[in-house]
Design a protein around this ligand. Structure first.
Ligand code: IPE
Ligand code: IPE
Ligand code: MG
Length: 246
């Protein structure tokens, strides 16, 4: 006789933020602890992402932004960067093939032009074909840096000024937001960083001005839906004042 593993019941009565962002950190240490090459950690990390994206959809999250590769991660060995890029390609190929099953809308934040033509093409197809899904939107941050994003927004505004479309003193926060990779996406209410580091590492600098942060020592490959629930519970217990005095 077989017993199916009992699924933990999710308390669907609790509020879920609209937008959660995650720094998927700790893959390398996860692998090292097991005497494996760093790449092995990235592979299991990709699986953790798949599980979390599906779970996010099941609890009604609208936006999930994940930091997959930063503008600084090019500093790593060629071997590691190549392995990450290969994994990303494979992940996207599979995501495109399984699209109708998973029904996740894809979006990419970052300068994709530095990625291989194959990866760029897969990203384009993933965005194009998933436009029709109304559930969760996954914003994949690839070759993404918060400062790089702000510089690009400033350059775009400066160009508009030179062309006479607007004047410097007319610039508002909303106008700069519209020039970010995240244009049209509400700011994240909750930013989660697994992996034990207590820093942003250049993630969503503009957008997380009033985000709540949740740090955990759990390494990303070990991050489960239960961990996400813990972060949401922590978020729900906080008093967000936005500078006010409630
Ligand atoms: C995050 O895990 C993945 C990327 C940055 C691409 P790391 O590779 O940074 O893992 P640690 O922090 O070295 O453990
Ligand atoms: C942040 O992690 C980037 C991603 C998870 C993609 P890092 O591992 O690059 O950050 P640092 O080097 O510890 O600050
Ligand atoms: Mg790291």
């Amino acid at each position: 006789m077989f017993f199916r593993k009992k699924q933990k019941k999710v308390d669907l009565s609790r509020p879920v933020p609209t937008h959660i962002a995650i720094v998927m950190d700790g893959n390398g240490r996860w692998a090292k602890m097991r005497g494996l090459p760093r790449q092995a950690g990235h592979k299991v990390g990709a699986e953790a992402f798949r599980t979390i994206a599906n779970y996010a959809k099941s609890i009604g999250l609208k936006y999930l932004t994940v930091y997959a590769f930063s503008t600084e991660n090019w500093k790593r060995s060629e071997e590691e960067v190549d392995a990450i890029m290969e994994l990303l390609e494979r992940y996207l190929r599979e995501a495109i093939a399984d699209m109708d099953k998973n029904r996740v809308r894809f979006c990419f934040f970052g300068d994709l032009t530095r990625l291989s033509p194959e990866l760029q093409e897969e990203a384009r197809i993933a965005v194009e074909r998933s436009k029709k899904y109304a559930g969760v939107q996954v914003n994949f941050c690839l070759n993404y840096g918060g400062r790089d994003e702000i510089v690009r927004a400033a350059q775009s505004f400066a160009c508009d000024c030179i062309e006479g479309k607007c004047r410097p003193e007319e610039l508002t926060e909303a106008m700069l937001s519209e020039r970010m990779f995240s244009a049209g996406v509400p700011d994240p209410e909750l930013v989660i960083r697994p992996g034990g580091e207590l820093r942003t590492s250049n993630f969503l600098l503009w957008q997380s001005a009033y985000a709540e942060y949740y740090f955990t020592d759990v390494l990303w490959p070990d991050f489960t839906p239960e961990e996400l629930e813990k972060a949401i519970a922590s978020f729900n217990g906080r008093n967000r004042r936005f500078g006010g005095a409630k």
